[in-house]
Design a binder for this molecule. Structure first.
Ligand code: NAD
Length: 418
């Protein structure tokens, strides 16, 4: 995360553009901006070596006018209230733009999961669930995986909730392992959705998706699956990176081998030349590559005022949440570089989370084909709503996406009454 990046300020700035466009009055502005509820928790943990560490848990529930709060649960040392606020607001607009009946939330714990044992992480996760008490629930607030968490942590949330509330409710959390009510297709869903939107945005921007050159920052859950889907599509993935550094090859990396290799390697920079031919590249160099499409898929604020002039891609697709600061966003627009915003581009994850929740309510599992088909329908409709508005009103994809989302939330808020 860039040192000066304030995720809350950025999400508010993006929202303001849409509020102005829609001429939303001051009362509603006030309601749509602020979070519904914020929770900060002290989480003391007796470590395996008997020492005591005190962590902090956060959950910000931004809006639930369209359905229960929904949003990721993150493990990251820099997690704090401001990150939770900014990212929770982003979730409200994301669920609205893709039109699923859910609201927005975000939270997590300020820990570095690589420095904690499995048992310590399990205790911490279950303590978080216990302390949140009735503020979590399948009709209240439904977490999902995010940076540093995955199906394992979601299973602990499910079990922690069952224990605290003496109730088996798989719909309390999504992104669970398949054995515990997870959905087929959920793990790949965010990357799959980003690949779909990248293809459609390329076509709209006059870039042939087959053969388009792509650089992806971040090779975790989102970035790694995304790279495979784009590779399948015929795009040329010329660079990928993770926290340790990156790999670059002008005529395309062997994505499939790299994906398999990453099951045994800790970090991308330990992948050797003989397994996946490449040159090494830094994260900053990756962002400055002369490619058709640049996809930040790691953390917030990586494209900022100090490096935005280096960006040479024709199209930026935000797979990560809030990867572009508001000043960088303005600078890209001024230079005519199109950008597909996070609330649309990475909405595939929350869409299949919603489909998982629906299956949990039905106590029934859908085929992967059905899940992927439904995902495509939701993403396609959202893309059409946003891209038609962008061209019809001559605004950026970001402004069009926020305006579409705000209209839906505004209407739900108005219908409910205050
Ligand atoms: P992850 O933890 O699986 O992967 C994160 C990746 O980013 C890793 O490759 C990590 O090495 C890399 N990274 C971390 N710090 C970095 C740095 N300083 N520079 C470069 N790379 C760095 O997380 P994820 O689930 O893939 O999430 C990535 C982004 O996508 C986040 O912004 C997240 O909020 C967003 N997102 C995730 C989902 C989902 O379903 N997982 C859904 C929507 C949005």
């Amino acid at each position: 995360m860039h040192g000066e990046h304030d995720p809350r300020e950025c999400s508010e700035n993006f929202l303001s553009g849409a509020l102005d466009l829609l001429e939303v009055d001051d009362e509603l502005r006030h309601l749509l901006r602020g979070p519904f509820r914020e929770v900060a928790l002290e989480l003391p943990l007796r470590r395996d070596d008997d020492s005591l560490s005190v962590f902090h848990g956060y959950r910000v529930q931004h809006d639930h006018s369209r359905g229960p709060f929904k949003g990721g649960f993150r493990f990251h040392p820099e997690m704090d209230m401001d990150h939770s606020r900014g990212l929770a607001s982003v979730m409200t607009w994301k669920t609205a733009v893709v039109d699923i009946p859910m609201g927005g939330a975000k939270g997590g714990i300020d820990c570095d999961p690589s420095e904690l044992s499995r048992g310590e992480l399990e205790t911490l996760t279950k303590r978080f669930v216990q302390k949140l008490g009735p503020l979590l629930g399948p009709d209240v607030d439904i977490p999902a995986p995010d940076v540093g968490t995955g199906p394992r942590e979601m299973a602990w949330i499910y079990a922690g909730y069952a224990r605290t509330h003496e109730m088996d409710a798989p719909g309390v959390v999504t992104g669970k392992p398949l054995e515990l009510g997870g959905s087929l297709g959920r793990t790949e869903a965010t990357g799959r959705g980003v690949a779909m939107v990248t293809e459609w945005a390329c076509e709209a921007e006059g870039i042939d998706p087959e053969g388009a050159t792509v650089a992806i920052q971040g090779f975790g859950n989102v970035g790694s699956h995304l790279a495979r889907f784009l590779d399948d599509l015929g795009a040329t993935v010329v660079a990928v990176s993770d926290v340790g550094g990156g790999l670059h090859r002008d005529d395309g990396l062997d994505v499939e081998t790299l994906f398999r290799q990453m099951n045994v390697e800790d970090s991308i920079d330990t992948v050797v030349e003989s397994d996946v031919p490449h040159d090494s590249i830094s994260n900053e160099e990756l962002l400055a590559l002369d490619v058709d499409v640049l996809i930040p898929a790691a953390l917030e604020g990586v494209i900022h005022g100090d490096n935005v002039d280096d960006v040479r891609a024709d199209l930026v697709v935000e797979a990560a949440n809030l990867p572009t600061t508001c000043d960088a966003d303005r600078a890209l627009a001024e230079r005519g570089i199109s950008l597909v915003p996070d609330i649309l581009a990475n909405a595939g994850g929350v869409t299949v989370s919603y489909l998982e929740w629906v299956q949990n309510r039905q106590r029934y599992r859908w085929s992967e084909e059905r899940v992927n088909g439904e995902l495509r329908d939701f993403m396609r409709e959202a893309w059409e709503d946003v891209s038609e508005r962008a061209s019809g009103e001559d605004v950026t994809y970001r402004r069009a996406a926020y305006a579409t989302a705000v209209e839906r939330v505004r209407e739900a808020t108005r219908l409910r009454g205050f």
